[in-house]
Ligand binder design. Structure first.
Ligand code: ATP
Ligand code: MG
Length: 582
């Protein structure tokens, strides 16, 4: 790819990892475990995240800085977070919730979400935070699949989304409500604040072996029905090292992860990693709004910011000037995850914030960041960067005999695989052990994503195996085509699918959202067809382009190509439980 020649230089000094190669050579998970757990390890995740700080010098530091939707604010110190989560753990114990029992959280981004997650981890329950914008059916399905025994939610969410389905959820024994309306408490529910008020502030966490189940996260449902990935307490070791190395996070940072804890990013990096490192975590209750976000970055003096391409595209749409009207004087590192981050977006950061965006790659299954553009390493815009210290990545092809061929040649495409054994690796798919086993060949976990590695070891996203297009004998990754279209100044967003066609097998078809004020007309269509053909060649360029005001996305902001394809072909839409808006 010609973009491989395009490099943004970064100074190695001052970061958590001045020398990547050296860091890889000297890294060991044993040393990392010892550093995170100390002499009394292994430890429970919540012990690492709060108790250690609350019992040490960090007790009075701000763990969580909350900004409410309508301007309320609350600061919780590590000591306060420790006490509140201890109370919650005592409440769970009194309700006879024990190790392995499923605790689901259906809450907006309010401090009770963080308190409940940590409290449930302390009692060794298995926690699932759900996105509060889910409708009743996706909620009920997940509660059922995850055998939820206890749900923490708000009274308004309960009334709107759970109450009617409660009779169909016999395994759900307890519902704890944060009261956010003046209505009487619904039947068969408890007021969580009242219970916590009556509970003790001390809680002794029972020994928690490293492979104790801790979190059940559902995948985004981009390629089909969401899968439940189970993670264990030891994952916190990976959260710590990846946040330190890939996000350059330190104890003196104000860190903002814009993901909702309903997705793995919002838990691994929106709660656990920054607390474990002793940083201050910014939590915003409100939804995306460009001015609000810039205001928060500026006023809260955010120093490390972790966001997603979908938000970046919206900020780009609002224009560089909107960002430049602010002074982000504390900001020193920006990272992005979840979807391909186009080269334009990486560079846009330089204009808007004076900093490039650092793309990194991982999945619900990996539990933490696996590949990254690091603070100290030159960026190849459009690339996902390199494997973290402690992570061995490879590109492979499955062979008919069940074995693997490793792709060694530079720029050859293969499936991105990771050698098993990192702490935050998922331990099963809920109720789908066979599917879990199929993800592994020998020691390798196969991610289902295709990528290339250039001669210098940078990884480039090609596409999800499910989204690949086979056209006239070529295997085409949608990302390459989308990236070419995005390079045109009239294009806001693009998604590409394969559409069955008798001669080619599949034809490349693109859906394009024009920039604000640009008409999606015949002239633009012709321009874009020509523009893409010139960049990609006739075999790879789209043959058809449709304009659309928006693209279907998951609630975590990922473009749902399978839905575009189903709609194009008049096929059933499949699972749409994570669709942002129908
Ligand atoms: P499902 O597995 O249910 O289809 P999903 O794969 O989107 O949904 P997640 O685990 O939330 O669910 O997302 C992980 C996927 O997101 C990765 O496998 C990859 O396809 C995509 N992704 C994440 N980060 C990046 C990135 N930096 N560049 C390109 N793609 C990325
Ligand atoms: Mg996936």
């Amino acid at each position: 790819m010609s973009a491989a020649m395009d490099v943004l230089h970064q100074p190695p000094s001052g970061s958590n990892m001045p020398d990547y190669e050296q860091a890889r050579r000297s890294f060991s998970w044993a040393a990392e475990r010892a550093a995170v757990w100390g002499r009394n390890g292994p430890l429970n995740m919540a012990q690492v995240a709060v108790t250690r700080h609350a019992q040490g010098e960090g007790a009075d530091r701000i763990a969580l800085r909350w900004r409410g939707r309508t301007g309320d604010r609350l600061d919780l110190s590590y000591a306060a977070l420790e006490q509140a989560s201890n109370r919650l753990a005592n409440v769970l114990r009194a309700l006879t919730m024990g190790p392995g029992d499923g605790v689901f959280l259906l809450l907006g981004r309010i401090p009770m979400l963080h308190v409940a997650l940590l409290g449930a981890l302390k009692q060794r329950c298995v926690v699932t935070p759900l996105f509060s914008a889910f409708g009743p059916e996706p909620i009920a399905t997940r509660l059922r699949l995850g055998a939820a025994k206890l749900l923490v939610t708000s009274s308004s969410l309960y009334r709107r989304k759970v109450q009617a389905l409660r009779p169909a959820l016999p395994q759900l024994r307890h519902v704890l409500l944060v009261r956010d309306d003046d209505e009487p408490l619904p039947p068969s529910t408890h007021d969580v604040q009242a219970l916590m008020g009556a509970a003790g502030i001390d809680f002794a966490i029972a020994p928690t072996p490293p492979d104790t189940p801790a979190l059940l996260h559902f995948t985004s449902g981009t390629t089909g029905q969401p899968k439940g990935a189970l993670h264990v307490h030891e994952a916190i070791v990976g959260h710590c090292s990846s946040a330190r190395l890939a996000l350059d996070l330190r104890a003196d940072d104000v860190f903002w992860c814009t993901a909702d804890p309903g997705w793995v990013t919002g838990t691994s990096y929106g709660i656990l990693a920054p607390l474990a490192l002793g940083a201050t975590l910014l939590v915003d209750e409100a939804e995306f709004d460009v001015e609000r976000w810039y205001g928060l970055l500026e006023q809260e003096r955010v120093s490390v910011w972790y966001t997603a391409p979908t938000a970046v595209r919206m900020m780009m749409r609002a224009g560089t000037e909107a960002a430049r009207a602010h002074r982000f004087s504390a900001l020193r590192f920006i990272a992005s995850v979840g979807e391909p981050l186009h080269a334009q977006a990486v560079r846009w950061g330089l204009h808007a914030f004076g900093l490039p965006l650092h793309d990194n790659w991982w999945q619900t299954e990996t539990g933490g960041i696996m590949l990254a553009n690091f603070a100290s390493m030159d960026i190849r815009p459009g690339s996902m960067g390199k494997p973290l210290p402690g992570i061995e990545a490879a590109l492979v092809q499955r062979l008919p005999d069940g074995g693997l061929r490793t792709v060694e040649r530079a720029d050859e495409t293969g499936e991105l695989a990771l050698r098993r054994g990192w702490p935050s690796m998922f331990r099963t798919y809920l109720n789908e052990e066979e599917r879990y086993r199929r993800c592994f060949v020998g020691d390798w976990y196969l991610s289902g994503d295709l990528a290339r590695r250039d001669a210098d070891g940078y990884y480039w996203f090609v596409g999800r195996a499910d989204d690949m297009i086979k056209s006239a004998g070529h295997l085409i990754g949608p990302f390459e085509v989308e990236a070419a279209l995005m390079a045109h100044p009239a294009v806001q967003e693009a998604a590409v699918i394969g559409k069955p066609e008798p001669v080619l097998g599949e034809m490349v078809k693109a859906f394009v959202v024009p920039k604000a004020g640009v008409a999606g007309d015949e002239a633009l269509r012709r321009t874009l067809l020509g523009f893409a053909r010139q960049r990609l060649g006739a075999a790879v360029a789209p043959k058809e382009i449709d304009f659309a005001p928006s693209l279907p996305k998951t609630r975590s902001g990922k473009i749902l190509r399978r839905l575009l394809r189903a709609r194009e072909l008049g096929l059933p839409e499949g699972d749409t439980s994570t669709l942002e808006s129908p």
